[in-house]
Design a protein around this ligand. Sequence first.
Ligand code: NAD
Length: 432
Amino acid sequence: MNLTIIGTGYVGLVTGTCFAEAGHKVICVDKDADKVKLLQGGGMPIYEPGLEELVQKNVRAGRLQFTSSTQEGVEKSEVVFIAVPTPPMPDGGVDLSFIEGVSREIAGAMNSYKIIVDKSTVPVKTGEKVAETIKRYCKAKVDFDVVSNPEFLREGFAVDDFMKPDRVVIGVLSQRPVPAMKEIYAPYQAPIIVTDINSAELIKHAANSFLALKISYINAVSVLCELSGANVQEVAQGMGMDARIGRKFLDASLGFGGSCFPKDLSAFIRISESMGYDFGLLKEVQKINAEQMNRFVKKISDTLWVIKGKTLGVLGLAFKQNTDDVRMSPAIDLCQRLQKEGARLRVYDPQAMEKAKAILSDVTYVADMNDVAEGCDALVIATEWPQFKKLDLDKVRKNLAHPIIFDGRNLFDVGEMERLGFLYKSIGRGKA
Ligand code: NAD
């Protein structure tokens, strides 16, 4: 099928590329002319494992192209996906101006029947508003359908997640677009849930808020583990082997971040409030997450006594492993807090240093993870990159002025680190 994706970011580029890989003919549109030029020239605006090769392959095969013209994209495709940002507003609500703007642009470009599919994460009832807006601004006498098709991919695993989704959710206002939507997703052999548009939109916010809740739950348990001397990893394993619970998202840490969980959680709280329901449970999830970071910073300051004037090495800047995305990254938040306390920082991330430079200044960016600790009073692990598990710990110990490691991701075995001579402070494993 001929498909257009408007918004060529983490979701749009992966979606467009994976649709092309499945045999569809795809146009990716972005209003950022530099990004389009970069992609047209064979460059990549983001790091996502496996994506670059797939983009190149499908461009070569003539199934994937890039443009900054929404008009062109809409005219040439029957199905138009929206994957633009839905950023948070200061009150936690969702800024829907990108969605509204794109709806107007699509309306102005429609030359025949179109299916307009929202992939961005939006509050319940947004699809109805998109349909109203398109109807209002469309001058041509053409018909259209609006569909909600929320995206569940995880950055860092986006290609795999897109190719092998647990399920595909299709929310509709009428049955007319259902066969086309099923055809688009047929190559992925995933279960397809067809539902009403409001339920589809709610599924996404409810799912993300639940995942955030699961993380905060285990983080709260990690506090109890520190108070009692228990080990949160053992507890998580014991809980997670219960099929009703599952082991995923039960890793205690310095808290969740990124461009989705914090924003979607606040949005869901706001959406509930706007409909007259106080979703207090989710406010507690936010509170636990904030406290978890506070507790980690306190762990550092309690150990070092005074942070001011200390040099700290920080491993990890991305909000999680396998990505260059630093939007609302707990690692960046941590760095900024430590700077505020007067620390000098030497930092390293395998992929996120370029993006971090735009928001984290006055730090020394180090090219090799094994050199970060050089001359530092302590080392801090802030992102769970798997390669950090392969740190040259002998070198790190020699490099550090004092062999102290604060691990916000529980990457190492406590006993082993102590045997190697480190004062090793992690999350929820033994007394803090
Ligand atoms: P992003 O910021 O990486 O990409 C959005 C792109 O849209 C940018 O390149 C921007 O230039 C472009 N854009 C903005 N307005 C445009 C317009 N009028 N016309 C054309 N292009 C325009 O954002 P993202 O992370 O891909 O997220 C997009 C949506 O998907 C959000 O609603 C997000 O919540 C949701 N989502 C994100 C993820 C994720 O892991 N990043 C996962 C699932 C859902």
